[in-house]
Design a protein around this ligand. Sequence first.
Ligand code: SF4
Length: 346
Amino acid sequence: MPLHDKFGRAITDLRISITDRCNYKCVYCRTGNEGALYGDLPFEDYLRMARVLVGMGITKIRLTGGEPLLRKGVVEFVQNLANLRPQGLKPRPEEAVRGAEAPLFHEQLDIALTTNGHLLADLAQPLKDAGLSRVTVSMDAVDPDRFTRITRVPGGFDHVLAGIRAARRAGLWPLKVNCVLMRGFNEDQVIPFGMFAREEGVIVRFIEFMPLEEDRVWSPSTVVTLDEIVARMAEYRPLVEIPHGRSETARRYRFDDGIGEIGIIAPVSHPFCGHCSRIRITSDGKLRTCLFSVWDHDLYGQMRRAASDEELAEFIRSVVMKKEERHHIGEPDFVPASRTMVHIGG
Ligand code: SF4
């Protein structure tokens, strides 16, 4: 029986953070001086966790961090993940679009990676050859000076641009660029990113700022909302909305002339928890049921206590039944997540 939570949501997407170390210090993420706090595990431990979860219906795995490309051996790990074979029926794509709730088992595991792109230029082709399907690059400005102001790492812009172009040459597709908009820092980058999407042939996705940074500076006024982003971009060129799958996090838009696509991930103004299909494993092997969860469930602890694969599966099933219905951002009863983004992995 594929993995479902108590709200009937099929859990098919797994995110694995393979390190909480990062070579950038982005202002909306690492606002304090905390470095890596939890450390990381040997790849064979993540591989065993992934193998058990793929057997339970996981069809998409996204590698995150910190910065995952800092981990030596990441290419081999992707290769080993690509060798995992989900069991079951091949879905008919039109069923997914029509929103059929039937759990989907794919023949090929869909493996993706989120990176800040600094180390991507040399690794894009080897990752593709190892079985990586697609890559998302986090980039919060197309103005090099602004980029440096946000990441606090001089000279990073050229590395990231080279990484994006190498990923495109390697055929990692769709190639997405994620930009977290934060009022007072980069809300004026909306139109330049629209131009960038058209010129570079990448899908730029804007993300509303979420309260997951280190010293909790988030407030509703810092959020640049979906409606504001659409209005700003329309000053440049009209947008046409594209229908999207129910568990997709982004609203998708094409420019009126068909050149270029953008997306907007709006967890604050347009939450999408109702169709959430995600669970996460942190770099130290904790299972998290929601980005904003206040609980960490010790999956690695079960492994250290010599649990069998069946016992791990039972533990995972019991944890997923505790999955939160939704986040409570901006509500009086909102309780900050037990970890910040860099220690969860997005
Ligand atoms: S906030 Fe939690 S429940 Fe909502 S979409 Fe994100 S992970 Fe899923």
